[in-house]
Design a binder for this molecule. Structure first.
Ligand SMILES: [Zn+2]
Length: 135
């Protein structure tokens, strides 16, 4: 069995409820869902990062998230979604890159809490210019 839990899933070595399996992308129902329809979308081949690394798998994963959201909206009557991705080494126990797609509804008890601060406009102007100037 593969050492990586998600590689084991991709290899068909673990039973999951598959929602989508094509073009190198697998989506399945999370085994500990925050809400009904909570899905995990991942590249089938192991990688630790999807963003900012020009990975060939990245567009396929996010296209699958988009398509799956439409399917879940149709099947569950979902009003909206929370979509989140964090590099594996920074959170959780799985370092195989994956995106969570969580169907949402008014007054659900899902909590995605961020400590927010006031924007420093001088720093923001410098940061925005630095990003734009990368072209
Ligand atoms: Zn893996």
């Amino acid at each position: 069995m593969a050492a990586c839990e998600f590689c084991s899933i991709a290899a068909g070595e673990r039973d999951v409820h598959v929602l989508f399996d094509r073009e190198g992308v697998l989506a399945f129902l999370d085994e500990n869902p925050a809400r009904e329809g909570h899905a995990v979308v991942m590249p089938k081949s192991h990688r630790e990062e999807l963003l900012g690394v020009s990975e060939a798998a990245t567009p396929g994963v996010f296209e699958a998230v988009d398509g799956l959201a439409g399917d879940l909206r149709a099947v569950l009557g979902t009003e909206g979604f929370s979509v989140f991705y964090t590099s594996g080494s920074l959170v959780g126990s799985v370092d195989h890159a994956h995106v969570h797609l969580v169907p949402r509804a008014d007054n659900d008890d899902v909590s995605l809490s961020l400590d927010r601060t006031a924007l420093d406009h001088a720093d923001a102007a410098d940061l925005a210019a630095a990003v734009r100037d990368r072209d």
